[in-house]
Structures are given as structure tokens and as C-alpha cells.
Write a protein that binds this ligand. Structure first.
Ligand code: SF4
Ligand code: SF4
Length: 128
């Protein structure tokens, strides 16, 4: 007499095995995603450190930095819709005026949200 074959199909076994497995996907955006140390997110520009040399703009491989005039000095304006987040700009900056941030949620239907403008300095004191 032949042995009885198991009636549980391989598919059902597979389904049950996966019910108790750790999920392969994360629940973003419902659960905030953690980014690793050294992540290259949205640029942070410190106008007080900037020397207006334009090296960041010159070296940007994506031509994503436009030099614009702010308070009579040339400052970098970042077009994030062109940026490839290589951070050559920060490497080239002799004053350490460009730093990365952990901010990565940049998706937008409005291109103007993807412009990082150099804000006028508020730290420079007048008089005194
Ligand atoms: S991160 Fe790279 S692509 Fe983006 S602005 Fe800087 S140099 Fe240009
Ligand atoms: S390289 Fe640095 S100091 Fe020179 S313009 Fe760019 S941000 Fe300013």
C-alpha cells in the first residue's frame, strides 16, 4: 500500500509561514523613516560663513547652483530639482558654509518649493 500524501498544499504552508514573518517593507510614511549617519539631504547654507567665491557653483556637476545677489554680495541659490545630492558643493566650499541635513522629503508638485534661497543675514550687527 502507498503512503498517504499530506493534504496541506505547499501554497498554504507558504502563506502561514509568511503570516508570522517580519514584514519586508517599512510603513513609511506612517512610521518616520530613519536615515543613516552622513545622509545627504537638503542643503543647509550659512550666509554668515560664505565668502561669495562662487566655487560651489563652478564645481556643481549638475549646474544646480545659481549665484544671485543678496545684500550686494553673490550668494548660492540651490535648484533642488536639478541637484543630484553629490555634495561636491560642500567639498569645494573653503568656508564650510554648505552642510547636509537629514531632510529628504522633497517631493512636490510646485517647483518653487525646490529652491533653497540664500536668506539675508540676521546676525550682522549694525552700529554698536
Ligand atoms: S549636491 Fe552636487 S548637484 Fe547638488 S548643488 Fe551640490 S554640487 Fe550641485
Ligand atoms: S563655495 Fe562656499 S564660500 Fe564660496 S560662494 Fe559657495 S558657499 Fe559661499
Amino acid at each position: 500500500m502507498s503512503k498517504k500524501k499530506s493534504r496541506v498544499s505547499p501554497m498554504i504552508k507558504e502563506v502561514f509561514a509568511h503570516i508570522f514573518m517580519k514584514p519586508a517593507t517599512c510603513k513609511y510614511p506612517f512610521v518616520k523613516a530613519e536615515v543613516p549617519e552622513g545622509f545627504r539631504g537638503k542643503q543647509v547654507f550659512d550666509i554668515n560663513l560664505c565668502a561669495s567665491c562662487g566655487l560651489c557653483s563652478r564645481d556643481c556637476p549638475a549646474k544646480a547652483i545659481e549665484m544671485v545677489e543678496v545684500e550686494g554680495k553673490r550668494r548660492p541659490l540651490f535648484h533642488l530639482d536639478q541637484c543630484i545630492f553629490c555634495y561636491q558643493c560642500a567639498e569645494s566650499c573653503p568656508r564650510n558654509a554648505i552642510k547636509s541635513s537629514m531632510f529628504f522629503e522633497l517631493a512636490s508638485t510646485d517647483k518653487s518649493n525646490l529652491v533653497v534661497k540664500p536668506e539675508p543675514s540676521h546676525q550682522e550687527k549694525s552700529g554698536a
